[in-house]
Design a protein. Structure first.
Length: 402
């Protein structure tokens, strides 16, 4: 009598596993209603959440709950944060903006405003958080465009139609190109600012810094021991941003993330890996992410750049050996053409080549440019130098063609 009963239970369990609908009915009637060990107010979803940690996707409303004026203000602030950079840099350097900088700024405005209009009015999107296929709200749009610009790409919002998918694909390429140009300018400016600040700080702490920094030839050739300060500074900035991310997503009502989940989410997001398992699920989370993603990913890029630079400099510093003297003397003999004396000009050329401030090819080009001015006794007049600086477009085109 027991064998048929056991066989029936096994068959019923196997069939329940194969059919999702039958599985729900099996859980409902067999586990939830008939078992005395499970409270009758439990559901299949709560059992799934408890056993796997998974929850049903949070549905977002079709319209934002924020007032329109606040939505447009947030979007304007987000666009201003990005689009103003090409115009702020010339102001900070006290130089008039170049045509290239104006072009980058105009392209940035087109990318941002164009995306804001198209993604909220024309192109349809789909998401596990949407009830239907629809355009994005303004908050969802800046959240989505931030994922594009930072290359995080959670995948929680995607274009729904083939034409929209093709357009978004090309939009991503255009946005990344503009952002790459902008980041290049910002990086160069930050490097110059850091060097200037370092000089000012050194001069403030050492009034006689000009005399103290006079070097002999050996100290000029030997590379300086690298400093850890740039790396530690960038690490501190990134750590602060990361902690802010963790605190927000682990404490804000509605996000439903533990501290460890928020930590994992911060690393995955700010590193631009963007696996997408943990993502913002509230409007406040999307707004916070839209702003902090840009700052956080830039800070992590700074950390990686400083770390790489430090490792390269340490390799150069540790590889310096006494054999460098022989290599330096061989280079000096080529500069003086195997002579027994060294002029100041020859020593200058040798030093520039030795510390890699100029390449041999560039040095040859400099000598050729000086020779074209037809020097007399090794000198040329200022007027000849002035004339050679006059931009001749036809002559430049001919030299390029040759």
């Amino acid at each position: 009598m027991k064998s048929p009963l056991i066989l029936a239970v096994v068959l019923l369990t196997a069939q329940a596993s194969a059919s999702p609908q039958l599985k729900d009915n099996f859980l409902k009637h067999t586990l939830l209603e008939d078992s005395p060990l499970i409270p009758q107010n439990r559901t299949g979803d709560s059992l799934l959440e408890e056993s796997t940690g998974l929850t049903a996707p949070v549905l977002w409303p079709d319209e934002s709950k924020l007032p329109k004026i606040l939505q447009y203000s947030l979007a304007g602030l987000w666009i201003l944060m990005l689009a103003s950079l090409p115009f702020i840099l010339p102001f900070m350097t006290q130089k008039s903006p170049t045509i290239t900088q104006k072009g980058v700024g105009a392209a940035m405005l087109v990318v941002l405003f164009g995306g804001l209009f198209l993604f909220t009015n024309i192109i349809l999107f789909q998401s596990v958080h949407f009830k239907t296929i629809r355009p994005l709200t303004i908050v969802e749009c800046i959240y989505f465009m931030t994922q594009v610009i930072t290359t995080v790409g959670y995948g929680d919002i995607t274009p729904a139609k083939p034409r929209g998918q093709v357009f978004v694909g090309f939009y991503v390429l255009g946005a990344l190109t503009v952002i790459a140009m902008l980041i290049s300018e910002i990086t160069n400016h930050i490097v110059l600012m850091a060097e200037a600040y370092k000089e000012r700080r050194f001069a403030a702490n050492n009034p006689d810094w000009k005399d103290s920094r006079v070097r002999d030839l050996r100290s000029l050739i030997k590379p300086e021991k690298p400093s850890f300060m740039p790396l530690l500074t960038s690490l501190a900035i990134f750590a602060f941003i990361d902690v802010c991310w963790i605190v927000f997503f682990s404490t804000y009502p509605g996000e439903g993330k533990t501290v460890f989940q928020a930590l994992y989410m911060s690393v995955i997001t700010l590193s631009t890996v963007g696996l997408g398992f943990f993502t913002p699920v509230t409007e406040a989370g999307m707004i916070f992410g839209a702003f902090v993603m840009i700052i956080g990913t830039a800070s992590l890029v700074s950390v990686i750049g400083n770390f790489t630079d430090l490792m390269v400099k340490f390799n150069e510093y540790e590889r310096f050996k006494e054999e460098v003297q022989e290599e330096a003397m061989a280079l000096l003999k080529t500069v003086v053409h195997n002579g027994d004396e060294v002029t100041e000009l020859q020593f200058l050329k040798f030093a520039l080549l030795q510390i890699n401030s100029v390449s041999k090819e560039s040095m040859v080009h400099i000598e050729q440019a000086f020779g074209k001015m037809e020097p007399a006794k090794g000198m040329v007049s200022l007027n000849k130098v002035k004339e050679s600086l006059i931009f001749d477009e036809d002559a430049l085109n001919k030299s390029v063609d040759n």
